[in-house]
Design a protein around this ligand. Structure first.
Ligand code: UGA
Length: 423
């Protein structure tokens, strides 16, 4: 099939490259010409395991990128993968979705064959029906016989996105007309997973609900962990025992510094905002966010218990990315921690295998080191913020600290003398 993907960010680029791997002819439409150049030169503008290899195999063959929406005219199916960033009140900013829809419609004006427009971006229920559909139909001047609409949420985890795309637990296809739903199912031929057909808004809501439930599991584990800490109980032992119940399951019960990233905080906030607009008071979802906002500050409270003050002290941050295997720092728990430490007068040294250049944009004033050892030399306290596997091998490096005070937010260290945030 001829597939166009509008938006070459994390989701669009992985989606496009994986569709190329499935044998489709893929064009990624991206307004940032630097990204387009980079993709066409086989160089992924983002770090994602397996993506470089896919670009190498398919760019110039059945995968290319362009800034021109005109190329959409030849597509059988178009996936919208643009961002839906949060507005200050937590609701989703749909301006990129709306402008992409209008540009798609304009490009389809003279198209004679059927085409299906599929929203993959995470959008509030009703968006495909009430925003995308009318915008595309208006600017194209066409009827629903010529253009179909579908919503196909992504469930990709950063750092494991290629693997998640190729081996999904399910493929959700929302559409209000049979033809569009069938067309979307066809592009996934070759992938073995249950296909769930829903209405448009149902698919949109499945995405929000999945992320909100996963975030709830994490905040729940953190609250239990905070209680366990007072009682002298190991929350990891508790959640291991709890997770054996198949009604609960063992995943996403790791207590720690809280969830970050571009999805959970944004999507739960958007759902809260949607609920309020509908006249509901979403107490559970709000608590999920509140627990998550407070959690990283517990690391500082523990540090202050040990050191009395951090003013003038050298404090080491190990891990800046919002999780391992990514250079992404969006909503990383390290950000509020560094901000708080700087406000309290600490001298911060930091190390992360991948995310230093991104964090330098936010905190140019702190000391960035090229390895954990350098960051730890002469340090008065260390906070572990990200679950990078290489941290699990650290031990003697901590002897280089002026005071061996180690507070862990991720349960990744294996050495002795470590205080866990909630264990
Ligand atoms: C998340 C979902 O897992 C994906 O299914 C979804 O497609 C994606 O959002 C999205 O909406 O696009 P992602 O944000 O990449 O994926 O990362 P996760 O692996 O889910 O981790 C999110 C955060 O939760 C990280 O900060 C991680 O450290 C934290 N976490 C995760 C915990 O604190 N405890 C856990 O048990 C699991």
């Amino acid at each position: 099939m001829k597939i166009s993907v509008v938006g070459g960010g994390y989701v669009g680029l992985v989606t496009g490259a994986c569709f190329a791997q499935l044998g489709h002819d893929v064009t990624i439409i991206e307004i940032d010409s630097d990204k387009v150049k980079s993709i066409n030169n086989n160089q992924s503008p983002i770090y994602e395991i397996g993506l470089d290899l896919l670009l190498k195999q398919h760019t110039g063959n059945n995968l290319s990128a362009s800034t021109s929406f005109d190329l959409l005219a030849t597509a059988d199916i178009i996936f919208i993968c643009v961002g839906t960033p949060p507005k200050p009140d937590g609701s989703s900013d749909l301006s990129y979705i709306e402008s992409a829809s209008s540009s798609i419609g304009t490009a389809l004006k003279n198209k004679s064959s059927y085409c299906c427009v599929v929203v993959k971006s995470t959008v509030p229920p009703g968006t495909t029906e009430k925003n995308v559909r009318p915008a595309v139909l208006k600017t194209s001047g066409k009827s629903e016989d010529a253009i179909g609409f579908a919503m196909n949420p992504e469930f990709l985890r950063e750092g494991r996105a290629v693997e998640d795309f190729m081996h999904p637990d399910r493929i959700v296809i929302g559409s209000n007309d049979l033809r569009a739903g069938k067309q979307v199912a066809l592009v996934y031929q070759g992938i073995s997973a249950p296909v769930i057909h829903t209405g448009l808004s149902g698919a949109e809501m499945i995405k929000y609900t999945s992320n909100a439930f996963l975030a709830t599991k994490i905040s729940f584990s953190n609250e239990i962990g905070n209680i366990c800490k007072h009682l002298g109980i190991d929350v990891y032992e508790v959640m291991n025992g709890v997770g054996y119940d198949p009604r609960i399951g063992p995943l996403f019960l790791n207590a720690g510094a809280g969830f970050g990233g571009s999805c959970f905080p944004k999507d739960v906030s958007a759902l809260v905002s949607l609920a309020k607009d509908a006249g509901e008071n979403p107490v559970l979802l709000q608590s999920v966010l509140t627990i998550n906002e407070q959690q990283p500050h517990r690391m500082i409270a523990l540090l202050l218990e040990k050191l009395g003050t951090v003013s003038g002290k050298r404090i080491t941050i190990l891990g800046l990315a919002f999780k391992d295997n990514t250079d992404d720092i969006r909503d990383s728990c390290a950000i509020p921690v560094i901000r708080d430490l700087l406000q309290k007068g600490a001298r911060v040294s930091a190390y992360d295998p991948m995310a230093v250049p991104n964090m330098q944009q936010i905190f140019p004033e702190i000391e960035y080191c090229s390895c954990a050892t350098d960051a730890l030399v002469g340090s008065d306290g260390c906070l572990v913020m990200t679950e990078w596997p290489e941290f699990s091998r650290l031990d003697k490096e901590f002897d280089l600290m002026a005071h061996r005070v180690i507070i862990e937010g991720r349960r990744i260290l294996t050495c002795n003398g470590v205080e866990g945030i909630c264990w």
